[in-house]
Design a protein around this ligand. Sequence first.
Ligand code: C2E
Ligand code: MG
Ligand code: MG
Ligand code: MG
Length: 283
Amino acid sequence: KAKKHYGQNYQYYQADMEDEMAERLAMLRMLRQDFAQGQLQLWYQPQISLQTKQVVGMEALLRWPQGDGQYVSPAIFIPLAEYSGLIVEIGSWVLEQACLQIKQLEKQGFSGLRIAVNVSMPQFRNQGFVQSVIDCVGRYQIKPELLELEITESVVMDEPKIVIEALQKLKSFGIKVAIDDFGIGFSSLSYLQQLPLDRIKVDRAFIRDIDQAAGEVIAETIISLGKRLNLSTIAEGVETAAQEKAILAMGCDEVQGFMYAKPMPPADLLQYLQQSAAKPGQG
Ligand code: C2E
Ligand code: MG
Ligand code: MG
Ligand code: MG
């Protein structure tokens, strides 16, 4: 009956959906293959203290290069990797790379810089996840507090029990936890109480709209919420001096955004850190 009702459109949509699924499957196959061949890269975007203007750490961000020098956006391939479960393997590679990078930076004279890694729900569902993170920190003999896990509100809301339990174990081991893209998900404030958090990341959307009344009040509310819960706050996507001025006045602790630095390949990171260390006050 439904078929009759939709008539031509039904067939049109079905063909469309089949095309889209075939396309996504092909992309997933390529992702799997490129990952297996070591083609994925982990880039780093600096995070800067607003008080000292010093680099305090960076966020690790996946990059999938194509033959033509272009990159597929993580916004496209991460959901695919999550849906297929491939993110479990990719995620453990990301963690490994991040720990290795912390160790290498330490050897190069930059000790104490933390690295934040994004973690998806399928990783938490994996039984051995907590232990694998702890093992990784042990293998590279890095300070656990230099590794930070970023989770989004949707991850928490998906399976609060699993996520809270895992984070509590990781936290008691010394690993840091940040809630990412805060304010845009379906956050239940009651989870903020139960989550062993260290940091709140104010979503880029509110920083972008900070010159408008709604953006301003939301950014301000999130930052003061963080302060009152004794959590550190970091603003994502800061692009202009006006935005920096606004969040500084709100008492935000740290910033991450194109105004300071874009995500960069590991090969450029050392040079960036050396330059910013030589020019204190300019991030
Ligand atoms: P995210 O974790 O919220 O990462 C921040 C995103 O904002 C990054 O996009 C970064 O390049 C971008 N960004 C930073 N500063 C600015 C700015 O000033 N202006 C603008 N317009 N954008 C800025 P990216 O690298 O495309 O990553 C998108 C998302 O993909 C990430 O959002 C994260 O959710 C996901 N992702 C990336 N790497 C990983 C990973 O290793 N594992 C998992 N599970 N997810 C990842
Ligand atoms: Mg993130
Ligand atoms: Mg974010
Ligand atoms: Mg995001």
